[in-house]
Design a protein around this ligand. Sequence first.
Ligand code: LLP
Length: 435
Amino acid sequence: MFLGNDTVEIKEGRFFIDGYDAIELAEKFGTPLYVMSEEQIKINVNRYFEAFKRWEEETGKDFILAYAYKANANLAITRLLSKLGCGADVVSGGELYIAKLSNVPPEKIVFNGNCKTKEEIIMGIEAKIRAFNVDSISELILINETAKELGEVANVAFRINPNVDPKTHPKISTGLKKNKFGLDVESGLALKAIKMAMEMENVNVVGVHCHIGSQLTDISPFIEETRKVMDFVVELKNEGIEIEDVNLGGGLGIPYYKDKKIPTPKDLADAIIDTMLEYSDKVEIPNLILEPGRSIVSTAGYLLGKVHHIKETPLTKWVMIDAGMNDMMRPAMYDAYHHIINCKVKDEKEIVSIAGGLCESSDVFGRDRELDKVEVGDVLAIFDVGAYGISMANNYNARGRPRMILTSKKGVYIIRERETYTDLISKDLVPPHLL
Ligand code: LLP
């Protein structure tokens, strides 16, 4: 019924998530409320493992699904993903801390980012992670120096910039020459960095990494990316450098629009595996790492907001809900589309715009949407907010971040408490003369 959302249904005129009535959840746990479906996460992870089974069967090499923590690093979610066999792509000391608390085996943890601090590098070395994905020569030097001080050898992979257009929103493109990420291949910078690393005593070159962007709804950029990475792996071999891991990043999109089918993990797997296998007579096929975030958790998340006011202006009928842009930034930040429904089915439909209550004109979740007739007290569900929802939420307008619950076959659990007024000021300090 809703593309990508397999565990919801409309029953007896109401919206159900994992078999639970969304309106009852809103009443019991309050709004705004994030609802994460454990069942949907399991389905999404399983789709990846099923699709990439072929990899291990046909190559005998490992496949690691390193879930990108930035999408949603709630401890219950990361523990669930760890139990399901996922590794972790972390980009900060905080995410590494959470990955360790989630019992992710270190050989399934990779550390990304373009500005790793010395403290983060120490954490990664001490945790014995699979690899740092090095983003610059400056970072390589710091990793080598830090490992030396600790008397260790750090595993490094190199993030290359392949100059591939991912055909997605410019704010979430990462693999073009103009982006800040990676080491340019064409100019020889990536090769230069790897050759430097080969001469260093405290780093061990293990892989090549690449990530071209997010919310990709076309498979062809992934094929182009895979070719550029594998061409580079061949170039390295010709220089006498053999690598063990190829990491192709994340980026697979999800169907935010419910009337447009987009590629699945199976389509991605077939494209990547077929392309990689074209190289089997040129180089030894490496282990394969992917770092999906959005396609693992996005379709599992719903944000429920209660309608408090309705107002008609000459142009628009506005529906004001208690969720706002601080709770979910994507529409305000990227003009992102998220499907929205009234959790109560009505005979009458109407066109409305849905806004939060913050003092910003960009605090709008959807414009001119057809919804089942909205009345004060109704609960609306904003779809596909499991990724980059709570993880990008903030306290703008001094609003506490929402409560989050997990629905599953086992029951319903609070997995993050609502922030209170005292939480809002808990880090503020007042100097003596202002007391
Ligand atoms: N690996 C690296 C190195 C990344 O930079 C990212 C995302 C991922 C993996 C995961 O990509 P995914 O599979 O989730 O597309 N806040 C934006 C998305 C920013 C993504 C940043 N990097 C949004 O709400 O659309």
